[in-house]
Design a protein around this ligand. Structure first.
Ligand code: GTP
Ligand code: MG
Length: 333
């Protein structure tokens, strides 16, 4: 890359681990990605690029599962467990007040408040409304910021509902899927696509009846799918029981990771996502949205053919007068 821009001043402050800089940097990437411009973070993209070479040290752990499974309660316990062994922890809670779930963001904050006095913990809620790809980019960039700032572990909580949120699981090294007896059976998890992303399963609320049944059903379903099934552990996050077992299972997954291969695969996926988002935006910004509307309106219903219309749009050059607008995503780095 011949003309890499100078490193933004904010990047230096993030690298020095300054909390206010970390907060500002996450806001920058969140806002940019939330504008639906996943492939073009405006000023924030230079920031991410400047930080990226300083990432790769943190262990990124995704925590996902159905609404109300106890993810936040468990994340809070995991923070305690990691702190107890001297690790610093960043937490990214992907805003559950997304159109999919309508959960309680305030609850996350209240529970996490007990870490406010601890310099070794940084908690942040993330809201990337709109663009699906934008959610992954926002979460991944927020992890980059925390990683570059020196946090040893970065926990990412997402509600495992909807593809966009499950995609976030692909941006972490280790994915913990939290299920609860009342969320139904293993089939439910399979439908939601959670089986594919799980490295470790935790059946939470083990203090409730039916937890044992879910564990058995889950193990059975997993072994039917693959010989090397992810481990299933139980916990009662509320009562702080079984958390050590969860940490052990997570550690075991990390120990088996090829860190460099994981990192490269993730980078490939991310660049692909950024290119596709940018491409899509540019394509439709080139006056083609209007061209499509005109073409559909002009054609006799008997002559409308989806494939022919698609081919025509793809073949037509973009209207030269239309700038592929940046949609107001220029902002401070
Ligand atoms: N009985 C029992 N309740 C629990 C346990 N863990 C969490 N809860 C309760 O379950 C409810 C939801 O917990 P959260 O930690 O907010 O769940 P969440 O998965 O983060 O919820 P969303 O982010 O809204 O999807 C709260 O009332 C918790 O106190 C547990 O181990 N046992
Ligand atoms: Mg939560």
């Amino acid at each position: 890359m011949p003309d890499a821009p100078d490193r933004p001043a904010l990047a230096d402050d993030v690298l020095a681990g300054r909390r206010r800089a970390v907060a500002r940097a996450i806001t920058a990437v969140e806002t940019a990605a939330g504008d639906g411009a996943a492939g073009d973070l405006g000023g924030a993209d230079a920031l991410v690029d400047a930080l990226y070479p300083h990432t790769g040290r943190a262990w990124r752990v995704g925590v996902t599962g159905p609404p109300g499974a106890g993810k936040s309660t468990l994340v809070d316990r995991l923070v305690g467990a990691f702190r107890a062994r001297g690790q610093t922890v960043g937490v990214v809670a992907v805003d559950p007040s997304s159109p999919f779930t309508g959960g309680a963001l305030l609850g996350d904050r209240v529970r996490m408040d007990r870490w406010a006095e601890d310099d070794g913990v940084f908690v942040r809620s993330l809201a990337a409304r709109g663009a699906l790809g934008g959610l992954s980019e926002a979460a991944e960039a927020a992890c980059d910021v925390l990683d570059a700032a020196g946090y040893d572990v970065v926990l990412v909580e997402t509600v495992g509902v909807g593809q966009g949120e499950i995609d976030v699981a692909e941006t972490t090294d280790t994915t913990l899927v939290v299920l609860v007896p009342e969320s139904g059976d293993a089939v439910q998890a399979m439908k939601a696509g959670l089986m594919e992303v799980a490295d470790v399963f935790c059946v939470n609320k083990a203090d409730k009846p039916e937890a044992g049944r879910l564990v058995r059903a889950l193990r059975q379903a997993l072994h039917l799918r693959a010989a090397a099934a992810p481990p299933v552990v139980t916990a009662s996050a509320l009562n702080d029981e079984g958390v050590g077992g969860v940490v052990e299972a997570l550690d075991a997954h990390r120990a088996g990771l090829d860190a460099e291969a994981t990192r490269e695969a993730r980078l490939r996926r991310r660049v692909r996502r950024l290119v596709e988002a940018q491409w899509r935006r540019q394509f439709w910004a080139g006056g083609r949205g209007a061209a499509l509307a005109d073409a559909v309106a002009a054609l006799d219903p008997a002559e409308r053919a989806p494939h022919r219309l698609a081919a025509r749009l793809l073949a037509a050059p973009p209207a030269p007068s239309v700038e592929p607008g940046r949609g107001g995503v220029e902002r401070e780095a």
